[in-house]
Design a protein around this ligand. Structure first.
Ligand code: DX5
Ligand code: ZN
Length: 235
């Protein structure tokens, strides 16, 4: 904590017939644009691939945070780097040689990350903690936006940070899935460095103000605490 928490809107639930304007609406409040790449095998859904990443790259200068939910990431990291990803996370169980994929991503001058699904135990991440720049702690089962955050996953944030510290490294943690205004303060308290917010922004009638509101509570947490107190009946 201490530093400002970064906001990465996920376009998964955006209006793809008007993606350009959806991105423009959130751009001023975004530290990253989060792009969920799904292959229909690793997760039970198919979204988009490098062509869309490239199109998003052309419409914004906001750094692109690509979350690969695909098998065989080694075959794809170069394509996504060329398409314009600034950071690339893949899942611990998506391939055999995790370490060489991390190295390949770094060699492409892209920031490497590892994502952890709720059913994957923390110890599977441990051997790679000193190698990645960030870890994506998933608080929903990957595949779809608009699910409920699993609060027990938030303990992983601190556990990962402590583990990294003990081994003399430093790692950023991104919390992905189910984050919305009413659980934002818990996610921040858990120690997230970046939060991904999908449906809570892109499912809103006013996308821009939804993003602005979340960004404001990240920039000025004391103000959001104040609202929390105001919202508490009898406070
Ligand atoms: C889920 C994706 C998430 C999702 C977040 O598989 O990785 O990034 O888009 O969307 P919300 O905020 O709606 O849970
Ligand atoms: Zn994601």
């Amino acid at each position: 904590m201490g530093e400002k928490v970064k906001l990465a809107p996920s376009i998964l639930n955006a209006d793809f017939s008007n993606l350009g304007s959806a991105i423009k609406a959130v751009e001023p409040y975004s530290d990253f644009i989060h792009l969920d790449v799904m292959d229909g095998h690793f997760v039970p859904n198919i979204t988009f691939g490098p062509m869309v990443v490239r199109a998003v790259r052309a419409m914004t200068s906001v750094p692109l945070d690509c979350h690969l939910m695909i098998y065989n990431p080694p075959e794809w990291v170069e394509t996504f780097a060329e398409a314009g990803a600034d950071r690339l996370a893949f899942h611990v169980r998506a391939c055999r040689d995790v370490e060489s994929v991390i190295q390949a991503i770094r060699a492409l001058d892209v920031s490497p990350g590892l994502a952890l699904s709720p059913e994957v135990p923390l110890f599977e991440l441990k051997p790679f903690l000193g190698m990645v720049d960030f870890v994506v702690v998933m608080c929903v089962y990957p595949g779809f936006g608009g699910q409920q955050l699993m609060p027990e996953m938030l303990n992983r944030v601190g556990a990962i940070k402590r583990e990294a510290e003990e081994t003399g490294t430093d790692v950023e943690v991104e919390v992905d899935g189910g984050v919305k205004t009413d659980n934002l303060s818990e996610v921040i308290k858990a120690g997230a460095d970046t939060i991904v917010v999908g449906s809570s922004i892109f499912g809103s009638r006013d996308i821009s103000s939804a993003a602005a509101e979340i960004k404001a509570s990240l920039t000025n947490p004391s103000e959001s605490d104040l609202h929390a107190v105001e919202d508490t009946p009898g406070a």
